[in-house]
Ligand binder design. Structure first.
Ligand code: SAM
Length: 285
């Protein structure tokens, strides 16, 4: 029986349809520069939520988000994170996004696997869903943990670029103010409904990829969804590997990424140059 382990090396971007726990095992040791991961949240939604006018709220009640209990979720988290640790270059870094439902469990697993947490960043939503029942504060943010592969990793951080995108002031971790994905950017299905419940905004991925990778780097996304990571990688001249188990999502992600054009070289050069010229983030998207 041939050993099919670790057969895939990366020379160009790749779409992989399948279960991430199986597919990650086929990727080579130390073959990617950065990982962006937007895993299931394990929201544990049991009841339908209604607005005050009795209309139904379209929440995240997808099958892919369902786990029997916290223990199952923790086993799942440890499995994919252990593989990612093996695949990531020693100088690489990982980003994981989550909400209060899962981010603490993920942070615990990252530290147990000897990743070295660099920042926890708040994505503050400009247009969050209200708390319809008035029983809690509005849940208005998600957290991104950014961690190096180990304590001694010489990870990439494009400090000057991020400063330039922030009115020439050091970019802070506590206030990435970005809209929830909507408008033209939001993919729709044939009934003109959201194609995916948790499509992330491109600006969020732009900040992540621009700050922590170099042109030509390979970014792995083990939960690719609609391919937002791929869109930004292509715009910025990075390669990507996207793993997704839903055939429709990956098909739509391919179509979406095919239409994307690389950002003009002059713009990227301007970003990397040490000058006091300010640049607006939206001008890159
Ligand atoms: C939170 S969403 C990612 C959304 C994505 N960042 C975007 O912008 O569209 C998580 C995705 O992981 C996929 N998924 C969940 N479990 C998986 C597994 N075991 N293997 C592969 N994909 C999985 C789901 O189908 C879903 O599309």
């Amino acid at each position: 029986m041939p050993n099919i382990k670790h057969i895939i090396s990366v020379s160009s971007s790749k779409y992989i349809l399948g279960d991430t726990l199986k597919e990650l095992k086929k990727l080579k040791d130390h073959s990617v520069d950065m990982v962006f991961s937007d895993p299931p949240y394990n929201l544990q939604l049991s009841k339908t939520l209604y607005r005050p006018d009795s209309t139904k709220v379209s929440g995240v009640n997808d099958e892919w988000d369902k786990f029997n209990n916290f223990q199952d979720y923790d086993i799942f988290t440890k499995s994919w994170l252990s593989e990612v640790k093996r695949i990531l270059k020693p100088e690489g870094s990982i980003w994981v996004i989550g909400s209060y439902h899962n981010i603490y469990r993920i942070g615990y697993a990252l530290q147990n696997l000897d990743f070295w947490i660099l920042n926890d960043i708040i994505w503050r939503k400009t247009n969050p869903m209200p708390n319809f029942k008035g029983t809690r504060f509005t849940n208005a943010h998600e957290t991104l943990i950014w961690a190096a592969n180990s304590k001694c990793s010489k990870y990439t951080f494009n400090y000057q670029t991020m400063k330039k995108l922030n009115d020439n002031k050091q970019m802070r971790s506590d206030d990435w103010l970005i809209n929830v994905c909507g408008g033209q950017e939001r993919l729709k299905d044939t009934n003109n409904q959201k194609l995916h419940n948790t499509q992330k905004p491109e600006e969020l991925l732009l900040r992540v990829i621009l700050s922590s990778t170099k042109p030509g780097d390979v970014v792995l996304d083990p939960f690719f969804g609609t391919g937002t990571t791929g869109v930004i990688c292509k715009k910025l001249g990075r390669k990507f590997i996207g793993i997704e188990k839903n055939a429709n999502y990956i098909k739509e992600a391919k179509k979406r990424i095919l239409k994307v054009k690389k950002v003009k070289l002059e713009k990227i050069t301007l970003l990397n140059k040490k000058s006091s010229k300010k640049i607006n983030i939206s001008s890159i998207l």
